[in-house]
Design a protein around this ligand. Sequence first.
Ligand code: HEM
Length: 418
Amino acid sequence: MRREDVGWIPPSMALREIWIGALGCFILAGATGALFRYGMLAGLPIGLTLGNLRHAHSHLMYFGWVTPALMAMIAWHLLGDRIPAGMAWILRITLLAGLAAYVPFLLYGYQPVEWAGKRLPLATIAAGLNILAWYAYGGAYFYLGRRVRHPARPWWDLGVFFLVLSSLGAWGRAALAFRRVEDPFWTDAAVHFFLNLFADGWLTPVLIGLAGAGSPNGFRSFPRWIWWALAVGTPGLFLLTMPPAGTPLGLRAVAGISGGVVALALLAAVRSLFQVAPEEWRIPLVFLGLRALAELGLSVPAIASWALGAGLRILYLHLLLLGFVTLGLMASARSSWGDRAAPWFRAMSLAIDFLLLSLIPLTGLWPPAWGGRWTLQVAFIGALLPAAIAMGMLGRILQGLMVRTSGALPSPQREAAP
Ligand code: HEM
């Protein structure tokens, strides 16, 4: 039986809900990103601001799309089709908490809101709830997974550990605000610590684990030093995205070394995974390679200063978050649950390629003489495409669920420890 012929029989009701709900969040967050681009062209309706749209977009992508989807994927690989009810509830709450943070970020950003005679920082409270849900997942993951052996486990252990560690940056930022510390170095450092450790520490190792988990020989010939290099180098990476001028020399050296070590490890990981990962992983792995090359460049302070000045940050972020993480998640759903769990994969890859290319004319890499209003129009079209394709994807999935076909799902490669 060809894989395309296997109807998508989602492993459990909870995993089905999470995957569909997370895709819904991707559509909403992607549409919010497209509205941001529209706002740059023609202004925004009903008192929305670009800053709040950016917050709403990035938080929903992090909290509602990638985090619950990755948690569900790991749970399926480790625990199989019948995940325990407690874990299923943690996944549902994580998804709902991600969605709940969207509205306050969209309407108010980080501004406190007057409510029942009090000024409440609603978005910060909602973000805090998300972090509590991650702690619950971390506890359940280490508890329920303790007896399960799986070749990708060291990668997921590392990712879940960094997810919990990254939250210290968020609490640290809140503590500084509470104590009214306004030193830009420390406030920026807390935010960058959270954002970078989340992307490089949580998302990247977990996706590497999923890429290898898709193949029976995934990690057999994988060099062990790569895991160690990521474990040691990742916590210092946040210093790379701090403005070099305001960062003390010693910390800049740590940033450069961390960046170089992590970039080389990622390039080695891409090389090893390319030989074993299922075919749909090729494009996400190319994006991981490009991101690693960019990281290698950023580890040189002169290049880092130039890149920040040239406005490359958004392109650099999306190379990882869209090119590797989003496509990788969809590739993982296909290799785990069959192609119908993430249909229109090729169209999504092309849409993401187009979006990333459409960002180049907005950066300093593009000669100013070739610029103009058309660059914003192209960026707007590029921003619309992934959300539009994801709507088609979701429609096909829901249609497929209504017309259930029979067929067996490939089993995850786990074994209970003796
Ligand atoms: C669906 C396709 C996407 C579109 C159309 C999109 C669009 C945007 C836009 C317009 C911005 C603001 C750019 C600016 O400030 O000039 C942005 C920033 C950002 N996006 Fe996306 N994005 C997409 C996918 C993603 C994904 C998948 C993630 C994460 C998993 C993500 C995370 C972020 C982050 C973290 C920022 C920066 C936020 C900040 O600076 O505070 N985006 N995106």
